[in-house]
Design a protein around this ligand. Sequence first.
Ligand code: SF4
Length: 128
Amino acid sequence: MSAEKRHRLLCIVCPESCEMEVVEKDGTFVFPTGICHMGQDYARQEIVDPRRILTTTVKLIGGEVQMLPVRTTQPIPREKLLKAMDQIAGITAEAPVQARDVVIPDVAGSGVALIASRSVDKRGKKTK
Ligand code: SF4
């Protein structure tokens, strides 16, 4: 028999922003009254395997801007975020870039791609 664990969470699925304390025991979760199914799914994911979409920028060579906004195509495990940021800090992209171009196919070994969030033309060429 395992010890009971209590998790305090703020659900961010909808603007209601419900606070909850979830009790975990023997692999089951007990939710407070009033927490909807979407909130329960969010809490289970957050307790068992928390993930985040990573949005940041990459150095860009030859573009109309010097930094390219990028994001992961899906949430990645939270424990891989620092490794991902280290990997991203060590790379440069080259203009031109189209929105959704893959910048890193498998960021931090997560199996998730890092893509450009916007298009950037070469310096001196007008973006349509
Ligand atoms: S628990 Fe349900 S109602 Fe509350 S914030 Fe989450 S999704 Fe919205």
